[in-house]
Design a protein around this ligand. Structure first.
Ligand code: SF4
Length: 399
């Protein structure tokens, strides 16, 4: 039986308030720029037809990647959907595509550029689509942190591990200092590898994924983890705290997954007795601790697809994905973990007007919004990525 109350939470109108995001320049965004040329109005009823016509005319020269958190109007044009790592791999697997249009956020397009050939252009339909988590760790801050570790006498004992959701510059820093990249599903393996090569880990930029993995998967104590605040002298930590810690967590978080609280879990269990709570490991420790199932977006999707009809699920991840899962599985009771909705606002900057503008610009011979990582950064970032790929028994997934 369909839970009309639950499904109604995902009615299409719920997305309308975000349709205006990314329309023009955003002076508050670190990457905000106005698109050159005329961005078609969202009110144009022929937008979907225009995008379809441009895509058809471009043929195999264009390959469109759609992250799971993208809007339905964008996902409708994706040649493949997935998490960030799967999409970067897919881009590399289609060398015939001169243009890879990445409907996701900036760091994802950077990874795709690193993994694709020099003949391919990776394009982000709206350059204002950054990731608030990735932007919580910039290179100068991380270099200062490393200098602080050096002053405390622990830098040479420390292996940096950076989450896929980080800028190319941070991945390159990690590669230069003997570290690796990780995803949300291989973080345990990556951390185990790092502890085989050092005594401590500097985990960037998501403190929650780092803490959840260290404590829940590797059996550390919460006290083994300290949080380095880049806005305070020496991260707000004494030399002794840095020397005693095993996990030095960067003070970064996902603005979507970090919103979920332990009270959300308790409230949904009270509202819907017997419900199963599934959350992403970017959620806070206390949320993950109370949940029944923890996993990447790919794991969440697979779990819901395999769930029996009539089962009830509260999902703690981005709303576009939860909404699509609810609509795709009307035989299951699916609800959002939080009572108030939350999209990833930067993901939502990619919309049909920007996608249409991108495709029509390419058709007219204008390569717009190309994401290009400089050769030195790409070289070291790829070393960090390759270390991850060389880990045995990997299952890759990110957010
Ligand atoms: S959901 Fe979180 S980690 Fe993913 S792009 Fe949005 S802010 Fe970044």
């Amino acid at each position: 039986m369909v839970d009309n109350e639950a499904v109604s939470e995902f009615a299409p109108e719920s997305a309308l308030s975000l349709l205006l995001l990314g329309r023009d320049a955003d002076p508050d965004s670190e990457r905000g720029v106005e698109c050159p040329g005329a961005l078609p109005p969202a009110s144009d009823p022929g937008l979907a037809q225009r995008a379809a016509a441009a895509k058809a005319a471009l043929g195999d020269s264009v390959f469109i990647l759609g992250h799971h958190y993208q809007r339905d109007e964008v996902i409708a044009f994706a040649d493949v959907t997935g998490d960030s790592f799967k999409l970067a791999q897919q881009a590399a697997a289609h060398p015939e595509a001169k243009y890879v249009v990445f409907c996701g956020v900036h760091f994802m397009a950077e990874s795709a550029d690193i993994l694709t050939s020099a003949e391919q252009s990776v394009i982000l339909p709206d350059l204002a689509a950054g990731c608030s988590m990735a932007d919580m760790a910039n290179l100068s801050q991380v270099e200062q942190c490393w200098a602080d570790l050096d002053s405390a006498g622990v830098a040479e004992l420390t292996i940096p591990v950076t989450y896929m959701n980080s800028t190319a510059a941070i991945k390159a820093f990690t590669g230069r200092h003997g570290g690796t990249v990780c995803t949300s599903s291989n973080a345990e393996r990556s951390l185990a590898w790092a502890f085989e090569h050092g005594q401590k880990v500097l985990f960037l930029p998501d403190q929650h994924l780092g803490r959840n993995t260290a404590v829940r998967e590797l059996g550390m104590r919460l006290e083994d983890c300290v949080v380095y605040n880049p806005h305070r002298p020496q991260g707000g930590l004494s030399a002794k705290q840095l020397q005693d810690a095993r996990m030095i967590l960067w003070q970064g978080h996902c603005s979507v997954h970090g919103r979920f609280t332990a009270d959300n879990v308790r409230a949904v269990r009270e509202r819907i007795p017997g419900i199963t709570v599934i959350v992403h490991p970017e959620c806070r420790y206390e949320v993950v601790d109370l949940a029944d199932v923890v996993g990447s977006t790919e794991k969440i999707i697979a779990t819901i697809e395999a769930a029996p009809a009539g089962s009830s699920w509260a999902i703690g991840t981005e709303l576009n994905l939860v909404k699509r899962l609810a609509l795709a599985h009307p035989d299951k009771h699916i609800t959002y973990l939080d009572a108030s909705v939350c999209f990833c606002s930067t993901m939502n900057r990619i919309d049909l007007p920007h996608l249409t503008w991108t495709l029509e610009s390419l058709l007219a011979g204008n390569e717009v919004n190309v994401i290009s990582v400089d050769a030195d950064t790409a070289h070291w970032a790829k070393i960090a990525l390759d270390r991850m790929l060389a880990l045995p028994g990997l299952v890759q997934a990110s957010d």
